[in-house]
Every structure is written in C-alpha cells, then in structure tokens.
Design a protein around this ligand. Structure first.
Ligand code: ADP
Ligand code: MG
Length: 634
C-alpha cells in the first residue's frame, strides 16, 4: 500500500532534489525495480537518456488503486513509521522520485500485479491523465520521455549525449555488480550494451570488466565481529588509471564513502604509486543499526555510527590480504580449504597471490614503493589517514577533488595553475627559472671532448670549467623537443599496425574518447569505436610504433578528470613526446664519436638543459672546485 508520509516522518528524512541528470532518473527507477523484488530488469536509454529512459521489471507491480499515489510527492510503500527509519532494508524510502521525475518529463507507468490486470497512468509535467487498461506481464514498466522539457534551465545544464550516456552506463554497471542475482539487460539507442544473467558476482564482473580481470583479483570474504567485507580486490600488481573502477556496496547500496575508500587506498599504499588506483568490487554488510542511509539524497553515501571501527576493519582485512600475512588465510576465498591453509602456513601462501598475473595491465615496473616521509600506513590513525588523503567523489564515482601530492615532473604540468594557457611553455619557463644562474649558453666550438664515464657521462672541457653531460638525459630532452615541435606542426606520420590494438573502456572513458576522437586522429592515430565499449586502433603515430599502447592510453585516461583545464591536444603532445623519447634512448649504450658530436651540436651549447622530467642533463664543474678538492687552493 502506498501512502503519503505524515510531516513528522517526512521532516526527518534528508530530502531534496533527486533528479538532476539522466543517470539519476535511471538510478531511481532501477532502485524501484530492485525494491519490487524483480529478478529481471531491462534498462533502455536513447540519446543519453534525454529523449527516453525506460526501465522494465518483473517485480511485484503496483495495484491499480495505488497507481495515482505512486505519482504523489512523499508517497511510498516502504516506510510507515519513524522507527522504520532506523532499519531501512529497501533502497528507496523517501517517496519522492516518481513525483519529481514526473514533474519534469512525460512519464508513463504501466504495471501489473500477480493477481490484477495491467493498468497504465501517464503524466505530462506532473499533470496526470486517466488510469486506463493496458497489456503486459507481471511487473512494471516506467517510461520517461523528454526529460526537462519544461525546465529549460536544467535542460541546458545537461552534458552531451555521449557524456550523459557514459554516466548512465557507469551507473548501470554498478547495479549489475551490486545485484549479481538479478539479470540485467541494458540497451543504448536500441543496441545491447550489457547483459547479465543473474548467475553470480564473478559472472557480473566479467560482464562489466571482462573475464580476464578476475585473474588479476583476489576474492575475499571476511567477517570481523559482524562486519562482513566480501568481494574482489585487485592483486598487488593490478591497478587502474583512475578511481572509476572502484565499487563499494554497503548493505547492497552503491556508495562512495571516504572512510572505506581511504582504508582500501591505504592498504594498497605500499604497492601502488601516485595516480595508480586499486580495482575493487566490495560489499560491506553491516547490522542496519550501525549504518545510516538517511543522508543527502543526491549523495551516494552512508554514515557509519563509528568510522574508526569501519576504517580499522576494512584496512586490516585488505592490508593483510595484500601483505600475505597470516590473518589473510581467513579472508581469502581460494581453492585450498581454509583449515588446511591455516595448518600449513607460512609455507603455503594464498594461491592467487603467488601466481604471477599473465598479462598485467598497467603493470608497475617497481610495484613496491614507500612514500618518502610518509608514516607507514599501518601505524596511521584514522585522523592522520584522513588528512593524508582528502577527496570527495560524486555519486557516479568521479573525484571532484584530487588529492594533492608532490607531483612527479610529468604530472607537474597537468596540475599547473597556468593550465588554461600554454602550460607547457609555462612549465618550461619555470624549469629554466629554477635552473636560474646556472643556466648558460656557451659556444659549442669552444668545447673539447675528453671522454666518457660509466657509459653515461660525456666529459667536455671548455675554458676554466669541465662539463659532464648525461648523454641519456640530454638525448631525451632533444628528442622530446623535436617530437613536440613535430606534434605542434602536425607533421606526425601515422603508421598502420599489422594487428589492430583493442582498447577496452568503461562508460566514462568511452564517452571521453568518443568526444575526442578527432584530436587523436589529428595526431596520427587511426582510431574508431569498436563494439559498445571498445576502440580499435589500427594506426599510430610513427614515434609510438611498437610501444605499449595500453600504457599510453592509460596515461591519457588517467588525466581525464583533470582535463577540463588542459586541452587534450597539449596532453597528447606531452605524452607522445615523453613516450617516444623513453623508447628512443636507453641507458648503458655507448655513443659513437659521431653521435657525441651530433648531440653536442643539437644541444647548441646550451649547458643548462634538463631532461623532460626536469633532471639536469649537464653539470658544470669549475676548475677552481677541483683545485679546492685537491687542496691546491683553499
Ligand atoms: P520510494 O521508492 O522512495 O518509495 P518512489 O517515488 O521511487 O518512492 O516510488 C513511489 C512508490 O511507487 C514506491 O514506494 C512503490 O510502492 C511504487 N513503485 C515505484 N516503482 C515501482 C516498481 N518498479 N515496482 C513496484 N512498485 C513501484
Ligand atoms: Mg524509489
């Protein structure tokens, strides 16, 4: 029975606008279908959801006598007393969604209960029509057409179709993961984008991320005093370029929660570097009394009675699994029975961790790295940890603020405040300024080559000084500049590949690349959409030929969220040049005399040059400094 909430209950609900974008409509309608006990849910969108959103389910349906009430504000069947608020078991409870969706669109509900007939009721901008007989199987079908047709301001606020579609897709992916027992079909403009079969979490993960991801994950199931943490976490070598591959479900509800995100991030801290993000699909099941779901309706978050307990439990489970400590045996779901593992430990380490991942994506060459100066995560209190890693994430998983860390030079440019202008120029200038007084140009003809040290440093004498040139750094810089110039003048040649490279993306990444295909093409990529979530790259800029494209695109996508301020073209120039020169120069190779001369000529006497990462390529040693060392002078 649907009834209108009395003000005393209603006033206790954190309420507000629930519909501001197509993905929020999809979220509300799908949650209703789940709450109705559906085992099959079909989600369709057209034109990013702006033209049409339709969610069909085989759930309990709505009685004819309740149809009108479903459209009323504060009308719900899920909550009747204030006490109910303390133990909410459904996803919805505010009774606001249908009313607010209907007020800004053309909405139609067709529904049939097990016993009753099918009835339909439509509304245009909140004005309801008549209930009329309809056809259809048990369940409910809600169609939302022309979203925001009567609120031009909100319509204008919407992003491009591709962008809205990307956000809906990510939302749907979360539903598929959160309810592996439900079979979902998701169609975009009439084409199937996802289909899950309701046959378990592994299968759901395979649908969303591809089956190979499972090989790189560890399945866990831990019970810490009634706090259950289960799901899949990426192994120590598996990471992603952004946070959009992290899903947390608290009591079946998708949330973006700082406490848990922080606990997981800190557990991975020793294995991942800056801008490498763990992959996880985690379920946190808690007694309803210690979690409050009645937070801001537009924020996918919950409040815990005690953040420290949650932080501690999650951190200890995830870190002991990653660190392979004895406790982990209790938590890892593996082929070896737990009792057996326990008795043979420590010789027997969880099977999945030991096995080297066959084709590691975005693999870190040096997986272990302690952040200098940072307190080891294990000793960190919750408050310290929170200070250390501040961020906020929107309900669809996009960080709205990226934690500031001491950037590596390659990142420096991306974070530069001058990003809107030519931040590369800015950066170059800053580097030059930093080099300051040391920066100097000398006549190359006045330099005499005196040999090399450690197959790395070339020695030159010029006037009253010696110059040590790091041949690799210098070579890199020169190449980098040359490549950037090439990119600027768009003279990059494209080289077809024998085997096209397939790039798999998630919803947001797909939308981002789709929007930027032309820019990529202008740089020499031959790239096109391939299927519903991939791209086919069949030619690459010559300088990238044979390179790790997975890594290249990983780096580009990693900057997706910061790109607003920077133009993709600039980012590409930088990434292309950086990658190309990395490949071009290898340490430990002896240069020929000719190459040495060439290098010097290219440096054009600029002894203050730095490699693209900001390391100096040349060190000047005054004769007087040597004399001091030998105590010839004091
Ligand atoms: P809430 O979900 O917070 O109760 P909604 O506005 O989303 O509020 O929905 C209002 C009511 O309409 C629900 O409480 C439920 O009784 C009914 N309803 C909506 N969608 C469905 C559905 N797909 N199947 C069955 N009942 C539904
Ligand atoms: Mg609802």
């Amino acid at each position: 029975m649907i009834h209108v909430l009395t003000p005393d209950i209603y006033n206790r609900i954190a309420a507000g606008e629930v519909v501001d974008r197509p993905y929020s409509v999809v979220k509300e309608l799908t949650e209703n279908a789940i709450d109705a006990g559906a085992t099959e849910i079909r989600i369709e969108i057209e034109e990013g959801g702006k033209k049409r959103i339709r969610v069909t389910d085989n759930g309990c349906g709505i009685e004819k006598s309740d149809l009108t009430a479903a459209f009323l504000p504060h009308a719900t069947s899920k909550l009747s007393s204030a006490e109910d608020l303390a133990a909410i078991a459904t996803l919805g409870f505010r009774g606001e969604a249908i009313a607010s969706i209907a007020s800004v669109s053309e909405t139609e509900i067709v529904s049939k209960t097990a016993e009753g007939e099918a009835w339909s009721l439509a509304s245009k901008g909140g004005k309801m029509g008549e209930i009329s007989p309809a056809g259809g199987a048990k369940g409910t079908c809600v169609t939302v057409d022309s979203l925001f047709f009567n609120t031009p301001a909100r319509l204008k606020f919407l992003k491009s179709d591709a962008s809205e579609e990307g956000d809906v897709t990510n939302m749907v992916a979360r539903f598929i993961l959160s309810r592996p027992e439900i079979s979902f079909t998701y169609l975009v403009n009439g084409k199937v984008r996802y289909r899950s079969f309701g046959d378990g979490l592994k299968s759901a993960i395979a649908v969303v991320y591809g089956a190979d991801v499972l090989d790189k994950c560890i399945e866990i199931d831990a019970d810490k005093h009634g706090i259950v943490l289960r799901g899949f976490i990426g192994n120590r070598n598996f990471y992603k370029p952004n946070r959009s591959y992290q899903s947390l479900f608290v009591n079946g509800r998708y949330v973006v929660n700082q406490t848990v995100a922080l606990a997981v991030a800190n557990a991975y801290k020793n294995y991942l570097m800056t801008r490498q993000y763990p992959f996880y699909v985690l379920f946190l099941d808690l007694p309803t009394e210690i979690v409050d779901v009645n937070v801001h309706p537009n924020k996918a978050d919950v409040r815990f009675a005690d953040n420290r307990i949650i932080y501690g439990s999650v951190y200890s489970v995830v870190s002991s699994v990653l660190d392979g400590s004895a406790g982990a045996l209790e938590y890892v779901v593996g082929s070896v029975p737990r009792a057996e593992l326990k008795s043979t430990f420590p010789q027997n380490v969880p099977e999945k961790e030991e096995r080297p991942a066959p084709d590691r994506q975005f693999e870190s060459p040096t997986p272990k790295r302690q952040f200098e100066g940072a307190v080891p995560a294990a000793q960190m209190t919750y408050a310290e940890a929170k200070k250390e890693l501040q961020f906020d994430i929107s309900p669809i998983g996009k960080p709205s603020y990226i934690p500031y860390r001491e950037p590596s030079p390659a990142v420096l440019e991306v974070r530069s405040p001058a990003a809107e202008n030519d931040f590369f120029e800015e950066n170059r200038r800053a580097l030059l300024e930093k080099a300051g007084a040391k920066q100097q140009k000398i006549d190359p003809a006045a330099l005499e080559f005196k040999g090399e040290l450690f197959r790395t440093y070339l020695i030159y004498e010029g006037g009253d000084a010696a110059y040590l040139v790091d041949q690799h750094a210098a070579h890199e810089r020169i190449l980098y500049d040359r490549l950037r110039r090439k990119c600027e003048t768009r003279t990059v040649l494209s080289q077809p590949m024998l085997l096209p490279f397939l790039l798999h993306t998630n919803g947001q990444e797909f939308a981002f690349l789709t929007k930027n295909l032309e820019i990529l093409r202008s740089f020499g990529f031959e790239i096109e959409e391939f299927g519903s979530d991939s791209f086919k790259v069949s030619a690459v800029p010559v300088d990238l030929f044979g390179m790790d494209l997975e890594r290249f695109f990983g780096e580009v996508l990693a900057s997706m969220d910061t790109l607003r301020a920077i133009k993709l073209a600039d980012l590409l120039k930088d990434r292309l040049a950086t990658m190309a020169c990395k490949a071009a120069v290898k340490g430990g190779e002896k240069l020929t005399d000719g190459e040495v001369k060439e290098l010097l000529k290219e440096m054009d006497g600029d002894m203050g040059i730095k490699c693209p990462h900001g390391r100096p390529a040349c060190v000047k040693i005054e004769k007087s400094e040597l004399e001091k060392l030998f105590k010839r002078i004091v």
